[in-house]
Design a binder for this molecule. Structure first.
Ligand SMILES: NC(=O)C1=CN([C@@H]2O[C@H](COP(=O)(O)OP(=O)(O)OC[C@H]3O[C@@H](n4cnc5c(N)ncnc54)[C@H](O)[C@@H]3O)[C@@H](O)[C@H]2O)C=CC1
Ligand SMILES: O=C(O)CCC(=O)C(=O)O
Length: 524
């Protein structure tokens, strides 16, 4: 039974596919209420309240996936999750419209002083002259961060007759032209805008983006809006610029610390606030919960997820094309790691023929995960394989060749160790399966499956019989046997597939046969 912890409040309608699945147990409780069972959950679903720290990840030893029902993953230690091999997914667009609408509601409220007027009338006052606002029509709106939400805000602003200026260092010219916005530098935006709204993630670069230096470049009387993340506008700097009257008003949905408690910003009459409500609509909550629930289900069924933060994104289509090679690569990694039971410095992978045209990132990660698995105690999978390889000083590279070298497709693996180099070539044949067609310098043809026994020997009559007799005497049945040699009378190999694994004594007995140089058990 798969167990999923839903640690923050989430739409039941969105969670319905998980709740309806008889193979899944959904526990809707806060982390603190299930401390004793944390190591039993396979998946964790959160919004922004639960902090997914390294400490929590350490306790959740069985965790495979964290689903964030929303966009920002700043409440999740993604690096730590990656190290632990835990996939992190989010729901990138389920709350876009709601947040864009909230931003617009905040903008209109800010310039027309609706919250202040509302409080006044509720206090039994009728003071019309105290609440004279300004129109949005004809004003210059500066949008910092032109992703999903920024662009929805722009559409609405244009419908209001505003001039829209956009700053986003990652925005392509083609996309900007398509949407028809004025793309400018940050300095140009700061100088022109009557209202500035931020829609970036909170990163090292955006933390304090609107700080003392940049606020000084804005127009006197500017309005500021933050419905993205607390800290993009530096709160201390904001207080100074409100105090000196440079900033006319601010709308904040988010804070550096949430809840903000008795924050000095809350005392300003021209600061309007909401408690992180951007995504708080019925529609957005159903959307994001549905998206993560569906993704978690997909993931738990062993299929690729489309909105992972720490895995390459794969469409269903691409996944179907790479699936066979993904499995082959995994097996090749496992075999190579067992054969090269020594420290290695480099793994070079060459994709040839039809596989060279596919998205190989995932295939390479699968191969690395297979290679590292027998060597590391912790979880290793596609999420953390590249990172673990790097940590252990194992470089890896990919090369591509259109020519399949006698095969429609092939993956060639070269592992450089401290004392030797090992090569292997594998291919996938449709309706037939995976085959290893080159192993350690020998042409051969075997299926990389089950209990394998590799024997390297001198090419002499009777070698196969000797091995067969010993295995037969010990009740070990040989399922298949493939042989290969470099030249008649030279070095040769046998690859046997056995019905059960060999014990150490039997391996030692085989090693003692004269003319046998290497005996290796390989388990796939
Ligand atoms: N208040 C709320 O309840 C909600 C807040 N959010 C927040 O809104 C923000 C935007 O979300 P989306 O539009 O969905 O994200 P997105 O990823 O679609 O867009 C972010 C944009 O910021 C740009 N960007 C990154 N670094 C930048 C920099 N240094 N300067 C300027 N632009 C930069 C990126 O190129 C990208 O276009 C996020 O912080 C998200 O967490 C999202 C949903 C709800
Ligand atoms: O879960 C929420 O309501 C917060 C949404 C949010 O901030 C986000 O999606 O980034």
């Amino acid at each position: 039974m798969v167990r999923i912890l839903v640690a923050d409040a989430m739409s039941e309608e969105g969670l319905a596919p998980l709740l309806a699945d008889p193979t899944i147990e959904v526990v809707q409780k806060k982390v603190g209420d299930v401390e004793d069972e944390l190591d039993q959950f396979d998946a964790l679903l959160v919004r922004s309240a639960t902090k997914v720290t390294e400490q929590l990840l350490q306790k959740m030893k069985n965790l495979k996936i964290v689903g964030r029902a929303g966009v920002g993953v700043d409440n999740i230690d993604v690096d730590a999750a990656t190290r632990y091999g835990v996939v992190v997914i989010n729901a990138p667009n389920g709350n876009t419209i709601s947040t864009a609408e909230h931003t617009f509601a905040m903008m209109a409220s800010l310039v027309r002083r609706i919250p202040q007027a509302h409080i006044s009338v509720k206090s039994r006052e009728w003071n019309r002259s105290a609440f004279v606002g300004v129109e949005l029509f004809g004003k210059h709106l500066g949008i910092i961060g032109f992703g999903r939400i920024g662009s929805e805000v722009a559409k609405r602003a244009r419908a209001f007759g505003m001039h829209v200026h956009v700053y986003d260092p990652f925005l392509t010219k083609a996309r900007a032209e398509k949407i028809g916005v004025d793309v400018c530098t940050l300095d140009e935006l700061l100088a022109q805008a009557d209202i500035i709204t931020v829609h970036t993630p909170l990163t090292k670069e955006t933390k304090g983006l609107l700080g003392p230096k940049n606020l000084a470049k804005t127009k006197k009387g500017v309005y500021l809006i933050n419905c993205a993340r607390g800290g993009i506008i530096d709160e201390q700097a904001l207080i100074s610029f409100l105090e000196n009257g440079h900033v006319a008003g601010v709308a904040l949905d988010v804070f550096e610390q949430e809840p903000p408690g008795d924050h000095p910003l809350l005392s300003f009459d021209n600061v309007i606030v909401t408690p992180h409500l951007g995504a708080s609509t019925v529609e957005a909550q159903v959307n994001v919960a549905t998206q993560v629930a569906q993704e978690v289900l997909t993931f738990l069924q062993g299929k690729p997820v489309t909105s992972s933060i720490n895995l390459p994104t794969l469409s269903k289509d691409v996944y179907e094309k790479i699936q066979a090679f993904y499995t082959l690569a995994r097996k090749m990694g496992i075999l190579a790691s067992q054969y090269m039971s020594e420290p290695v410095q480099e793994i070079a992978i060459t994709y040839s023929g039809s596989v060279a045209d596919l998205e190989t990132t995932f295939i390479t990660r699968s191969l690395l995960a297979g290679f590292l698995k027998p060597r590391v105690a912790s979880t290793v999978n596609e999420v953390n394989a590249a990172m673990i390889a790097k940590e252990r000083g194992i470089a890896f590279s990919e090369k591509f060749s259109a020519n399949g070298n006698d095969y429609n497709n092939s993956i060639t693996l070269t592992v450089y160790g401290e004392n030797k180099t090992f090569t292997m070539k594998g291919t996938h044949i449709a309706h037939y399966g995976d085959r290893i067609v080159h192993f350690n310098g020998f042409a051969i043809d075997f299926a990389p499956e089950g209990h394998l026994l590799y024997i390297q020997h001198h090419d002499k009559p009777g070698m196969i019989g000797k091995v067969g007799n010993i295995l037969g005497d010990h009740q070990v049945n040989i399922a298949t046997m493939q042989v290969g040699r470099q030249e008649a009378g030279g070095k040769a190999i046998m690859m046997l597939s056995l019905d059960k694994p060999l014990d150490d004594t039997l391996v030692e007995t085989l090693e003692q046969i004269s003319d046998i140089d290497v005996v290796k058990r390989l388990e796939v």
